[in-house]
Write a new protein. Sequence first.
Length: 174
Amino acid sequence: MSRKSPARRRSGRLAVVAAGLVLAVGVGVSTQVSAQAAVHAPTKASAAASRSVSGTTGQAVTRVADFYGAYIDAKGDYEDPDVTLATALRKHYLTPDFAERLAAWEEDNGVDGVLRAQNVPARWTVADNGAVGMGHEVIVTLTFGSGDTTQKTKLFVLLERYNHIADITTTTNG
């Protein structure tokens, strides 16, 4: 069944006629316009492929970004949040001392201490804030909500020299 439907034949003929018309009109147009017409707009696939995220082993910003990305993913599935994964991430990334202090803080405040909120952010950014004593401070900005109803929370995350999170506060440690 290699026959084309009448609608397909018609659209094909229209395309050929339109191309001929463009060619006939375009003969007198400058080469600049022809060159501009030849430029192709990027497709969605190539635009998406150009976005990248990178990191370096042992780098404070990468470590905190990895933790927050995985933690938000684990907590953010509203139908089936992965509590086991969130707990394992805390155990892996937080110092034991800070994990205890954070649990006590959560008990007193009734919210998730890593996010300083009851819900998960829609977006987040992570930026280096430099060395602090024997550790390193990273700024995590969490954006909750969307559109005109967004709220940002800035957190200062302190990593000890062995790259474990030793504190999360809303004021700088430096």
